[in-house]
Design a protein. Structure first.
Length: 267
């Protein structure tokens, strides 16, 4: 989809970028449930980039993603480079580099066993970062009040609940979350949304993390629960969950994994 003119075409652009992106091919992306608009940007003679835009409000995540991308790059983690940012008219924009390859959910060449290895190894490397050096806190003490605020603000789409909770209200599922909260946390630097579409690979090698707006100090099962669920979603059954946990090097704590899947219903 062509941006077409200095008025920004289909995706609204900040005034400072309009002419620079006037001749760009801007292709809107449909995957994901983020509140942000996402587009791929193709410009003649330049590497591809991605553009994200979001309304600025109390629940905006894009500013946090910008901070997290810069922090992860400083830690040597493979993530997109922040090329530019802008704020205008109550919106925020992020222009970032595109990582090479395909995401693990759509790779045309990777077999499931290869996906499991790349996924487990990438998460283990991320989780090895020192917790004390991470400035982003997603421990339950901060996350649960955020859940309560989202429920109170009416931001939870009950129609998007997993099958076993369809028909329940956000308040009912919130009560279940509180009742099943673990007593402790095995803390790591967690990606926060470690589904297959958020990890990239090229030539059979992991090439980086994307959609890093929920990165922070959290229980390692925050990532493992969503990674396991994503494998089930992609391949239709649970056969690859045990190999994932074995490759990562942890036993299956079903109650903890279930809690972090439940927590994700609110984000």
């Amino acid at each position: 989809m062509e941006a077409g003119s200095c008025d920004g075409g289909v995706m609204p652009l900040p005034s400072q970028w309009r002419c620079a992106l006037r001749d760009a091919d801007i292709e809107m992306q449909g995957i994901g449930v983020s509140r942000a608009d996402v587009a791929r940007v193709r410009r003649q003679g330049l590497p591809d980039a991605f553009l994200k835009s979001e309304v600025i409000d109390a629940f905006s995540e894009l500013e946090g993603e910008i901070l997290r991308l810069r922090w992860l790059r400083a830690q040597g983690q493979p993530v997109p480079t922040v090329l530019d940012t802008a704020e205008e008219g109550g919106r925020r924009w992020l222009l970032m580099s595109a990582l090479p390859g395909h995401d693990l959910a759509s790779s045309p060449t990777l077999a499931p066993a290869q996906v499991v290895v790349l996924l487990a190894d990438a998460l283990r490397a991320l989780h090895a970062l020192p917790v004390a050096g991470c400035p982003f806190d997603h421990r339950l003490a901060s996350r649960l009040p955020e859940v309560a605020a989202r429920v109170a603000a009416g931001l939870i789409d009950a129609d998007d609940f997993d099958d076993e909770r369809l028909g329940q209200s956000a308040e009912q599922v919130h009560a279940e979350l509180i009742a099943t909260c673990p007593a402790d946390e095995d803390l790591v630097v967690a990606h926060g949304d470690a589904c297959l579409p958020n990890l990239m690979a090229v030539d059979g090698r992991f090439s980086g993390f994307i959609d890093c707006g929920r990165l922070g100090v959290a229980d390692r099962c925050q990532d493992l629960a969503l990674a396991a669920r994503s494998l089930v979603h992609n391949y239709g059954d649970t056969r690859w969950v045990a190999p994932l946990l074995a490759r990562y090097g942890i036993g299956a704590d079903e109650r903890r994994l279930a809690f972090y899947r439940l927590l994700d219903e609110f984000f």
